[in-house]
Design a protein around this ligand. Structure first.
Ligand code: 5GP
Ligand code: MG
Length: 192
């Protein structure tokens, strides 16, 4: 185990199995009326969802387009959300498309709610949402996701795309870091 890791919250083995299940469900729900594979536009919320989206799309046996959006809620080494800021939207015209919004974590719901509104405004035919993780008891808005990988406790996690200070996205498991590895995060570190 990496020296900065305190414990594994979701292992790479469980992630892989669940991604395959989610993909089966998504493909089923987006199939054409005659049962043939449908077409879908995946909108991953960068940067956190890139690893999850990369694994997910390779499990989807259908026509796929990708349009990304970049949002940041945790600038630098902070572990409490500063509120989502839209940095870049590159998903083009989604009018009439079947869109799947993909994010890493559903925490308060502010990010998903903001991007959902943005996409909805461009008139997609369908708009569904998929998150790998949902933090239990954190959602303050009435937004949920259509597809949820895992419910996890309210701890700050990294790995599988998720960062702390822009590092650790490459860890294959979703983990909690040792407090020493997060030292210097400022007053937010003690708050969680
Ligand atoms: P929300 O807007 O739902 O409060 O927060 C969602 C966003 O905050 C996620 O897209 C993710 O980027 C970030 N986030 C929430 N919880 C965590 C966490 O435990 N670890 C990391 N690295 N990012 C998180
Ligand atoms: Mg994110």
């Amino acid at each position: 185990m990496h020296e900065d890791v305190e414990r594994v919250i979701v292992s790479r083995r469980r992630i892989a199995a669940r991604v395959a299940e989610l993909a089966r469900q998504i493909a089923h729900d987006h199939a054409a009326p005659d049962g043939s594979p449908g077409e879908i536009t995946i909108v991953p919320v960068l940067t956190g969802a890139m690893v999850f989206a990369a694994d997910l799309i390779r499990r989807l046996p259908m026509r796929i387009r990708i349009g990304v959006v970049t949002v940041s809620s945790y600038p630098g080494r902070t572990v409490t959300s500063q509120g989502p800021a839209l940095l870049h939207s590159g998903f083009g015209d989604l009018a009439g498309r079947n869109v799947l919004l993909v994010d890493d974590i559903l925490d308060t719901g502010a990010t998903l709610s903001m991007v959902h509104g943005l996409i909805q405004a461009s008139g997609p035919a369908t708009l569904r949402t998929c998150v790998l993780l949902r933090k239990i008891g954190r959602q303050s808005r009435d937004i949920t996701a259509d597809y949820i990988g895992f419910d996890i406790p309210d701890v700050f996690v990294v790995g599988y795309g998720l960062d702390f200070g822009d590092y650790h996205r490459n860890l294959p498991d979703i983990v909690k870091l040792r407090p020493a590895a997060m030292a210097g995060a400022g007053r937010h570190a003690e708050a969680r």
